[in-house]
Design a protein around this ligand. Structure first.
Ligand code: NAD
Length: 286
């Protein structure tokens, strides 16, 4: 029987844990409250929704949050100056710049300007380098959320064949490092992979992160595989689907994440977790 992994339930469980730890931190440190600054440049509708969700999540767990909204034609220097001020701001433990940015702003300049200790998205090259070399760091939220889903669903990772479809900097590549660190044998597929189905059929754990609606079909999945669907795709008729053809794949899989309600809710839960960690580390060094 297929187990549907309930990302909403697991994310709620994690938010409850974070809320309890936030209350404890406040008591133990005479008032430290984790603080997250979220910056939005322009008025991309999807980005606005994500920023609102992050603010709501901060309120739910008792964080302090601050939002910075800039018009789309704001220059890079203005954004960098705000990051510089936030890097010095003791009330702010995490800084997040909502991507994508308008074309005239170089995202690498922005990400690299954030103090790595406050880079709660885990995108700064210092954090990526620390992840690569097995050091403590802020880890990218979506892949970290996938690892939590696997762990909290009792899925063993060590010794398993894991196949990731997609090699982006925010999902595929960091997830590769996280699975490797947990002793999986990991293959990463991309647009130039020959015979994708032959590779995906080898997977004990298959993660689809390509952004292509329902591209993983039933015959691409081994019987009994764990299938994690990262994709979020809006169809012409308005329906939201993942990268996995759920109706075909779920009867073959031992565990599968739905879209929506699988990986999606975990990303914000991990962002909260990284911000709490940053505040706790700050409390130890103050
Ligand atoms: P991206 O476009 O940056 O990268 C996609 C990757 O998939 C590329 O490496 C590309 O080589 C590979 N790819 C594309 N088509 C392929 C094909 N036909 N065969 C093999 N490989 C293929 O995307 P991204 O930012 O990593 O996001 C991927 C998907 O995950 C999107 O649908 C995105 O919306 C979703 N996403 C969800 C969350 C979440 O919180 N749930 C977070 C980030 C991204």
């Amino acid at each position: 029987m297929t187990n549907i992994i309930d990302g909403n339930r697991i994310a709620q469980e994690i938010r409850n844990e974070i809320k309890a730890k936030t209350e404890r931190l406040k008591l133990d440190t005479a008032g430290i409250v984790p603080g997250l600054a979220v910056m939005l440049v322009g008025d991309d509708p999807a980005s606005k929704i994500y920023v609102k969700r992050k603010e709501n999540a901060c309120n739910e767990v008792g964080f302090y949050s601050r939002e910075y909204k800039f018009p789309a034609d704001t220059d890079e220097k203005t954004v960098l100056a705000t990051i510089d001020a936030l890097n010095q701001d003791a009330a702010i433990h995490g800084i997040l710049v909502q991507l994508p940015l308008p074309g005239h702003i170089n995202p690498a300049h922005i990400i690299e300007a954030i103090d790595p200790a406050k880079d709660v998205d885990g995108f700064h090259p210092v954090n990526i380098g620390r992840l690569l070399t097995g050091q403590t760091c802020h880890m990218a939220c979506t892949p970290k959320g996938i690892m939590e889903l696997l762990d909290r669903s009792g899925i063993k990772i060590e010794g398993k064949e894991a196949v990731i479809v997609g090699r982006s900097n925010i999902v595929g590549k960091p997830l590769f490092l996280m699975l490797l660190a947990r002793n999986a044998t990991v293959t990463v597929c991309h647009t130039k992979t020959k015979d994708l189905a032959e590779v995906t059929r080898r997977a004990d754990i298959l993660i689809a992160a390509a952004g292509k609606a329902e591209m993983i079909r039933g015959d691409m999945v081994r019987e009994g595989a764990v299938v994690i669907d990262v994709g979020i795709n809006r169809l012409g008729d308005g329906r939201l689907v993942g990268d996995v053809a759920f109706a075909e794949v779920s009867p073959r899989s031992s565990h599968i994440t739905p879209v929506p309600g699988g990986v999606g809710p975990m990303t914000i839960a991990m962002l909260l977790g990284n911000t709490l960690n940053a505040a706790m580390v700050g409390a130890q060094t103050d």
